[in-house]
Write a protein that binds this ligand. Structure first.
Ligand SMILES: [Zn+2]
Length: 181
């Protein structure tokens, strides 16, 4: 492996981009293009790698796509070795409340983010899985539909799963109400 590829690999391993954005509809945190860029800058400079981003507009039929390219160059070398990743995002056609430049800006940062993900081996699907997993391991009361919470006892915490099975699929409130009758 060339020295450049080794440095790129080390930079990929070191890069930790925070997820500073929150999607209130899907209820999950995610990274923006800016999050990845901010995290990438110091790591790239540490390994003498130059990161460049560029966009171009590509027309396919009636639609316009923004094609973003993220490229890593070797600052230590005079030769033209580079590693490149491209991703494209489609222009939303006439989104309400947005002017043309904003639409292009949104598509551009979306495409750039995916190009950067490819370049730095950032796996965004893993985050989605984690959220999905969380959702699936939540337990809900079959009576009132409330999420069943773990119960704190003096000596231990009873996990939601155990509360759920001990109370026959009910939350503690509904279980108590049923057993009083
Ligand atoms: Zn209940």
């Amino acid at each position: 492996m060339s020295d450049f590829l080794k440095r790129v690999s080390m930079a990929q391993n070191e890069l930790k981009a925070p997820k500073s954005q929150y999607n209130s509809f899907g209820k999950y945190n995610y990274r923006s293009c800016e999050d990845i860029l901010e995290a990438a800058k110091p790591v790239c400079s540490k390994y003498n790698i130059l990161l460049k981003l560029s966009d171009k507009v590509v027309q396919v039929g009636e639609r316009y796509y923004i094609e973003a390219t993220a490229t890593l160059y070797d600052i230590d070398s005079d030769s033209d070795i580079y590693i490149e990743s491209t991703a494209s995002a489609r222009e939303a056609d006439g989104k309400k409340g947005m002017d043309e430049s904003q639409v292009t800006g949104t598509a551009s940062s979306y495409a750039r983010k995916y190009a950067l993900n490819g370049l730095f081996n950032i796996d965004d699907t893993k985050d989605a899985d984690t959220n999905e997993h969380k959702k699936m391991t939540s337990y809900f009361c079959s009576e009132c539909g409330a999420e069943i919470k773990p119960i704190k006892k003096a000596d231990r915490i009873i996990p939601a799963q155990e509360v759920h099975s001990n109370c026959g699929g009910l939350c503690v409130g509904c279980w108590n109400a049923k057993n009083k009758k």
